[in-house]
Design a protein around this ligand. Structure first.
Ligand code: PLP
Length: 401
């Protein structure tokens, strides 16, 4: 009998299952709104011009392929911290941000989870919004934290359950770890307003909670890297010591290159050095040191003013295309006299939208209209374009009627 005969088959990944069903469908009108990756106006993956130019510069330099340090490429991690917190920010200026390169956002969350499990001096429970990105729970569980939830989404309004969120933040034990999506909440597309963020920050301070921000979409949400960093920067300015996960998958289109950073706001450069030394001890036995190429690309873009400017315009271009699809979808649904209130489509932000479609409706859309999305009614707005938005709107309208 085989050593592995007792190993049960794991459940398939729900999002990859959507793509598989899409690939099997032979209808020419088919649309895949499951994947969380940007698509251009023609529905194709998009490589940014700033990325292509950075790669050309790097090729011309004929660099070697030696190992990076455990904490990654310093010119990249420094620039990543500046992008998140602001170049003028006090801790950035004083060298009091502990930062390491990570295997994209997922790796940053995993390093952060492991660091908190080892060194956070209070309860090792992390509270996630309900719902949250599906990978958060397994990442933090595998890091050694206990995972609980706080109210976030209101099905009734397809918006933020702000009262429920505040109540839960007030009722959880003092000094809890709270995971916050910095912008473009996945999967709902529902973010607090700046005024609401200020209130959340106050409650978290009063309760002594520790905020861990997941920023996977800086710039990609509103088109402005500064606006999307509002919550992170407000919390730091308000005196919170925060942890932060950054991903360059979406905003630079570097998905498969796995570029990210994990950082912690420290008291001073000496404490920063101690934290970094422990982050390296977390990283070393996991994968020794991070991959080189993507960090070089991101570092080149962030450090060269002309490429940085071009990149900012390209991020804005992606965000604007998504925002224009939200407007078209809303206008279409209203024009088609689709039952229900659809304002949330325009109010939500980022790549994803919780449409409010029910499971039977999403099933009907797949079977009758060849339109694929996750069963919770989440669509990736990036999968819509001028070529399919009308067909999509009409199909949704029919499914709801
Ligand atoms: N966090 C959130 C909220 C996300 O939506 C994603 C990607 O979908 C990630 C983190 C991490 O993605 P990656 O590991 O590709 O950077």
């Amino acid at each position: 009998v085989s050593t592995w005969s007792h190993v049960p088959a794991g459940p398939p990944d729900p999002i990859l299952g959507v793509t598989e069903a899409f690939l099997r469908d032979k209808d020419s009108r088919k649309i895949n709104l499951g994947v969380g990756a940007y698509r251009d106006e023609n529905g194709k993956p998009y490589v940014l011009t700033s990325v292509q130019k950075a790669e050309e510069l790097l090729t011309a330099e004929k660099l070697d392929k030696e190992y990076l340090p455990i904490a990654g490429l310093p010119s990249f991690t420094k620039a990543a911290a500046k992008l998140a917190y602001g170049a003028e920010q006090k801790h950035v200026q004083e060298g009091a941000v502990a930062v390491v390169q990570s295997i994209s956002g997922t790796g940053a969350l995993r390093i952060g989870g492991a660091f908190l499990a080892r060194f956070y001096p209070h309860s090792k429970t992390i509270y996630l919004p309900v719902p949250s990105w599906g990978n958060h729970t397994p990442i933090f569980r595998d890091s050694g934290l206990e995972v609980k939830g706080y109210r976030y989404f209101d099905k009734g309004t397809v918006g933020l359950d702000f009262a429920g969120m505040k109540e839960d933040l007030k009722n959880m034990p003092e000094k809890s770890i709270v995971l916050l999506h910095a912008c473009a909440h996945n999967p709902t597309g529902v973010d607090p307003t700046p005024e609401q963020w200020i209130e959340i920050s106050d409650i978290i301070r009063e309760k002594g909670h520790f905020p861990f921000f997941d920023m996977a979409y800086q710039g990609f949400a509103s088109g402005s890297t500064v606006r999307d960093a509002f919550a992170v920067r407000h919390f730091v300015a308000a005196g919170h010591e925060i942890a932060l996960s950054q991903s360059f998958a979406k905003n630079m289109g570097l998905y498969g290159e796995r570029v990210g950073a994990f950082s912690v706001i420290a008291e001073d450069p000496e404490q920063k050095a101690r934290i970094e030394s422990q982050l390296k001890i977390v990283i070393r036995p996991m994968y020794s040191n991070p991959p080189l190429h993507g960090a070089r690309i991101a570092g080149t873009i962030l450090n060269r003013p002309e490429l940085y400017t071009e990149w900012e315009q390209e991020v804005k271009g992606m965000a604007d295309r998504i925002i224009s699809m939200r407007e078209r979808l809303y206008d279409n649904l209203v024009r088609l006299q689709t039952p229900g209130e659809w304002g949330h489509i325009k109010r939500q932000i980022g790549m994803f939208s919780f449409t409010g479609l029910t499971q039977p409706q999403t099933k009907a859309l797949a079977e009758k209209a060849h339109i694929y999305m996750t069963a919770d009614g989440r669509i990736s707005m990036a999968g819509l374009n001028n070529g399919n938005i009308d067909y999509f709107s009409e199909s949704v309208s029919k499914a709801v009627k």
